[in-house]
Design a protein around this ligand. Structure first.
Ligand SMILES: O=C(O)[C@H](O)[C@@H](O)[C@H](O)[C@H](O)COP(=O)(O)O
Length: 237
């Protein structure tokens, strides 16, 4: 499949409409997973962008007890920390109808991601892959998940031939140490979404897709140019 055909863009004039449409799309995927195999697995991103989408999805009725939710990446901080993605998922997504879903954290109570890795790997190995849906975000430095420019394990995380599912990641732009699903692990999915908002990110993504200037080295480019799974970009201004 030519790379250009692998990416479709869904543009919305208002971000609430995007959140509703994406939530409905993901709910449909989860329902399909439950219908086909009695359970569903969803991976979501942290950061600030997904809040409205989480709020919409949390109110959609479906068989939530059969849904397991994970994060594509996590900052290595306890759930009580304001930068914890788990905290965000619990307060914005696992509410209302979705409070019956089962959240599986990427964080373990250990001082470093390396020290917690055995526990986290075992937890993640027990999940029912493939994902029914993976929803990525993107930073203005071109990172997605914890695939940060200059990340200490970036080549390993992006290696499509790799077999490791989760990795620690450290990078100057990442703040605290992180833990992230690798790209091949995230591509083990029925459907892949990239949710971005704002003109800056739209332009950056376009540049990354075409490999223009500095954007040719942005980690998100590897997601856009892979041909294993189509990418549905959801964008609003
Ligand atoms: O933990 C995280 O930071 C995320 O999972 C990360 O990959 C996020 O999707 C981007 O940084 C976008 O973040 P914003 O939505 O805050 O711009």
């Amino acid at each position: 499949m030519p790379a250009s055909l692998n990416v479709t863009t869904h543009s919305f004039t208002d971000c609430d409409a995007l959140a509703r449409a994406l939530a409905e799309r993901i709910a449909e995927r989860l329902r399909q997973g439950i219908a086909e195999r009695g359970k569903a697995l969803l991976a979501v991103s942290g950061g600030s962008t997904p809040v409205r989408f989480f709020q919409q999805l949390s109110r959609i009725e479906l068989d939530w007890p059969k849904v397991q939710v994970v994060l594509v990446d996590e900052r290595w901080v306890p759930e009580t920390h304001e930068r914890s993605n788990a905290r965000l998922v619990k307060s914005e997504l696992l509410q209302h109808a979705a409070s019956a879903a089962h959240f599986v954290p990427l964080y373990a109570d250990a001082p470093t991601p390396e020290a917690g890795m055995v526990a986290v790997r075992a937890r993640m190995a027990a999940l029912p892959y493939p994902f029914d849906a993976v929803v990525l975000g993107m930073g203005t430095d071109g990172h997605t998940a914890s695939f940060f420019p200059g990340g200490d394990r970036l080549p390993e995380a992006l290696d499509l031939a790799g077999t490791t599912r989760v990795l620690p990641m450290r990078a100057a732009g990442a703040g605290e140490p992180r833990i992230t699903f690798t790209l091949p692990a995230l591509l083990d999915t029925q459907a892949l979404y990239l949710h971005i908002e704002g003109e800056t990110k739209r332009q950056l993504l376009a540049d990354a897709r075409l490999g223009l200037g500095a954007a040719k080295d942005y980690p998100v480019r590897t997601v856009l140019t892979q041909t294993r799974v189509p990418v549905a970009v959801y964008w609003c201004p």
